[in-house]
Design a protein around this ligand. Structure first.
Ligand SMILES: Nc1ncnc2c1ncn2[C@@H]1O[C@H](COP(=O)(O)OP(=O)(O)OP(=O)(O)O)[C@@H](O)[C@H]1O
Length: 272
């Protein structure tokens, strides 16, 4: 889409506090192999929901189903539904581009465009949505502030993003995600490539963002799940069975008073 055909966005202010995502009876397959079985999770606005569980239990697959990235894998199929504020993400009422705009994703490894300037990185996703901000500079500043990066980069907005540290690059990717005004941010182990200090900065950012954007985070770090999330779902795939949610609820309850002994074993580090 050229700049001429872009729509100028006159409503530049951030929206209300995110959207509610409701996964109902979600199952998933890669070819013949079923990897998720009947997952039901409500991910509330204003909260961080953490998805925890051992490697291979389907957390990332579930996350990618939420914004229709699962279907990018050949032979990947699914059953069940995902509702964003009651609207079917897989239905005809919501265009795929609108789904991906409203449900953004931050990946394990920071993936800014390294040769592009810091400011251009922030607005890079806007081209895909066909929207042009009424005040680009203000949007860049606002998103960098919301991603807790502004103070570190305000003097070098035209410098290439590749010059930033790993933690700064990840917060830049968060700023880029925010620029398209998502309702939900999906985060797949966003700190696993970061040092402890950068991890804490990203966690603080998550804490501040949750008032504006619903956050769903996959993490292997049990301390992190407890620090950042209000609700938690424990996935497990036992003996070649597909992954299921064994237990979910308020994070404090799942960690301090788990109902299922398998949850207790996992959160206390006895396996996984
Ligand atoms: N593209 C793919 N093609 C085939 N199988 C896949 C693909 N991606 C994932 N799987 C399989 O699906 C299952 C769930 O994988 P997934 O990555 O969702 O688990 P996970 O819980 O996120 O694991 P981890 O914590 O290691 O990232 C695994 O058995 C994995 O091998």
């Amino acid at each position: 889409m050229t700049a001429d055909t872009q729509v100028t966005d006159t409503t530049d202010a951030p929206g209300p506090a995110g959207g509610t995502l409701d996964a109902v009876g979600v199952s998933a397959w890669f070819g013949q192999r079923k990897v998720l079985e009947q997952v039901d999770i409500v991910m509330n606005s204003g909260e961080v929901t953490a998805l925890i569980g051992p490697s291979g239990c389907g957390k990332s697959t579930f996350l990618r189903i939420l914004n229709r990235m699962h279907e990018l894998v050949p032979a990947a199929t699914l059953a069940g539904s995902v509702l964003l504020d009651g609207e079917d993400v897989y239905g005809t009422a919501l265009a795929l581009t609108e789904v991906r705009r409203r449900i953004g994703m931050v990946f394990q490894k920071p993936n800014p465009f390294p040769a592009m300037s810091i400011a251009d990185n922030v607005t890079a996703g806007l081209k895909l949505t066909g929207r042009r901000p009424a005040d680009r500079e203000a949007l860049v500043e606002e998103c960098l502030r919301r991603a807790s990066l502004w103070d570190e980069v305000r003097g070098r907005l035209t410098a290439p993003a590749g010059g930033l540290s790993g933690g700064q690059q990840q917060r830049l990717c968060i700023a880029r995600s925010l620029a398209v005004r998502p309702d939900v941010l999906l985060m797949d182990e966003p700190c696993s490539a970061l040092d402890p200090t950068s991890t804490r900065r990203v966690e603080e950012t998550i804490g501040e963002l949750k008032e504006q954007v619903t956050i769903v985070i996959v993490t292997h770090n049990m301390q992190q799940a407890q620090r950042v999330s209000q609700r938690c779902a424990f996935f497990l795939a036992e003996e070649d069975s597909p992954g299921r949610v064994v237990e979910q609820g308020p994070t404090e309850q799942v960690f301090q008073h788990p109902e299922d002994p398998r949850t207790a074993d996992y959160v206390n580090g006895r396996f996984g």
